[in-house]
Design a protein around this ligand. Structure first.
Ligand code: SF4
Length: 289
């Protein structure tokens, strides 16, 4: 099996067989992200991808239960090609319980309802979508390539097609300057699309991230750990997304928080307050992407 460059996956896909269906990210312009900056986006040769799956089958046997299609944006594949791949993978691993992939909001919107249903029927179970923020000014500043309205429409489209969605937001993406707008806009966005899962990451900038230039000019300020608590509390006080599984347990986070919206919101707010009072934050040096 061949892997090109660093391969990223959501934390919940730690036990999955990962194969790159695409290389890099089709958008690759977000100003906080350096994940795929060293890769030029391309759709991998189909025969090569199938060969990787056959090799995985002979190495690990037919009992694989979860597959994650990397890299940043497997939904950029033409839908018929992706359908063929999903069916091929399901044929190799009869005990397969789920196939999932990252999908950008604009790629999801480019697919028709019928195409998304077709992909679900072929075995695609879940799409991980980076929303990052619900505040249009933050999304524009970070060059996300989608507005909050488009992100909400993409989330609703997945739901309509019967696909599970796991959405990520990035704590601190508004900086201290737009902490409040980022928190409130994100709460509004999640309340609109009510994803199955919601993950909170915390902004962690690596060398080469264009937003570092904004910081040097004094136009963008990273949040302190205490401010991330303020931002997350504001988000939780304003979100309404019954049944969404909430996780802030990524290695980039200053703190760990888990629960199910809306039932666990009061308990999570109490937990946040306790963390803030005790200053029980992950040390800066222990945070990573
Ligand atoms: S955040 Fe996602 S969409 Fe943006 S450049 Fe990185 S991988 Fe691509």
């Amino acid at each position: 099996m061949r892997y090109e460059g660093t391969v990223y996956r959501p934390p919940s896909e730690a036990g999955s067989l990962i194969v790159q269906a695409t290389i890099g990210c089709a958008h690759n312009r977000c100003r906080f992200c350096t994940m795929y900056k060293d890769k030029r986006f391309r759709i991998r040769d189909f025969e090569e991808v199938k060969r990787d799956f056959r090799e995985a089958r002979s190495r690990y046997g037919p009992a694989i239960e979860k597959v994650f299609l990397a890299d940043g944006d497997a939904l950029a594949l033409p839908p018929e090609r992706l359908e063929e791949l999903l069916e091929y993978v399901a044929g190799l691993f009869p005990g397969l319980k789920s196939i999932s992939a990252y999908g950008s909001p604009m790629d999801i919107l480019r697919r028709s309802d019928g195409e998304l249903r077709m992909l679900r029927e072929a075995g695609l179970a879940m799409v991980y979508m980076g929303a990052e923020s619900g505040d249009d000014r933050v999304l524009l500043k970070m060059d996300k390539g989608a507005t909050a309205g488009e992100i909400a429409a993409a989330g609703l489209k997945l739901k309509e097609a019967g696909l599970k969605s796991s959405v990520t937001l990035i704590s601190g993406l508004g900086g201290s300057e737009r902490l409040r707008e980022h928190a409130l806009g994100s709460a509004k966005l999640i309340s609109r699309m009510k994803p199955d899962y919601l993950g909170f990451l915390t902004l962690l900038l690596e060398d080469g991230a264009p937003v570092l230039e904004d910081m040097r000019r004094g136009e963008f300020t990273l949040l302190s750990p205490e401010e991330t608590v303020e931002e997350m509390s504001l988000f939780l006080e304003n979100v309404d997304s019954e049944g969404t599984v909430f996780r802030a347990n990524h290695a980039s986070n200053y703190l760990t928080l888990k629960g199910t919206l809306n039932a666990d919101i009061p308990a999570m707010l109490r937990e946040l307050e306790a963390i803030r009072e005790a200053k029980a934050f992950r040390r800066e040096g222990w945070r990573r992407l």
